[in-house]
Write a new protein. Structure first.
Length: 313
């Protein structure tokens, strides 16, 4: 009998977690041909999420849990769940039910009958996003598709069903600065994508603000492309050439035509513009250096405060 591990990162999900558990149990009861383990990862929640998780684990031996010592982020929770999983197939789900658990049955049939290693979900639109956020999301996927050497599927969700072989490959990448969508693409393997419409959240609100998504996008670009460094070099060379040409033009105008160089406002504007370009290029270099700095410190991706597995450290 195949075993499916369901990994659910949880951060302040006290309202949605009971509803999610009810829905996932319907799927588990229906799919009698496979066994399940439900791994709930508490990412340092500040509400009663972990209390609910422990109560579920007490009454259901299919429920396992990990609780972090603080909030390490969703990427760390995903990695911990993958490490903790023991199933032949592994799937990732959010507790807000925007990724319908009932799709697991369809995904399992595909992955066991077709020559694929992963079945993922993607969406074209997100109803709860405003126009501005949807616009920047589309621009981000277009940008990273051009910058990155690995395929970034627009609208791809974390919800996917993977074989154990693919999961083991993902676990080999132990980098501290993680971007799971990029990592899933980097390890390769055959993936089949299913398109679906994202339903409304059953409870609570999104933990991802526009600023968090923006910084997450920057991390993704830096993690999977060195093109920004190349762009900063090109910009530097281009402005050096422009400056050289400008100096030659000024000398010619002054010596031949007797045209004096005047106008301090324009000079100040040029100085501000060039300073901005310098800071931009320096910022790009600094971003890469900062990521290198956090990697070489070799700090753990997460720290466990409590788990139901007494042998786990």
């Amino acid at each position: 009998m195949d075993k499916i591990s369901v990994i659910v990162p949880c951060y302040n999900e006290e309202e949605s977690l009971p509803l999610f558990y009810k829905e996932i149990k319907k799927v588990i009861t229906k799919m009698k041909e496979v066994s399940f383990e439900l791994i709930l990862v508490d990412d340092g929640s500040k509400d009663k999420t972990f209390t609910i998780i422990k109560d579920l684990a007490k009454d259901d031996n299919q429920v396992k849990y990990i609780s972090f010592s603080r909030n390490f982020g969703k990427e760390a929770a995903i990695y911990a769940g993958l490490e903790y999983s023991s199933g032949d197939y592994v799937t990732l789900l959010d507790a807000d039910l925007q990724e319908p658990p009932e799709l697991i049955e369809k995904m399992y049939k595909i992955i066991t009958t077709e020559d694929v290693d992963c079945v993922g979900l993607k969406t074209d639109e997100h109803k709860e996003y405003g126009f501005v956020r949807r616009f920047f999301t589309r621009c981000y996927y277009k940008l990273i598709a051009k910058l990155s050497k690995v395929e970034m599927v627009p609208g791809a969700r974390d919800f996917r069903l993977m074989t154990r072989q693919m999961v083991n490959a993902v676990l080999e990448l132990k980098e501290y600065n993680r971007y799971s969508k990029g990592i899933f693409s980097f390890v390769g393997f055959k993936t089949k994508w299913l398109t679906y419409k994202v339903p409304q959240r059953v409870a609570g609100k999104s933990k991802w603000s526009f600023f968090k998504l923006f910084t997450y996008a920057i991390d993704a670009i830096i993690g999977f492309s060195t093109v920004p460094l190349t762009i900063s070099v090109i910009i530097g060379v281009l402005f050096c050439l422009i400056s050289l040409i400008s100096v030659i033009v000024i000398i010619i105008r002054t010596l031949i035509f007797g045209d004096p160089v005047a106008g301090w406002p324009s000079l100040v504007c040029i100085m501000f513009f060039l300073s901005g370009v310098q800071l931009f290029c320096t910022g790009i270099s600094g971003a890469y250096i900062s990521k290198t700095y956090t990697e070489i410190k070799n700090r753990p991706i997460y720290i466990i405060r409590e788990t139901d597995d007494k042998n786990r450290k």
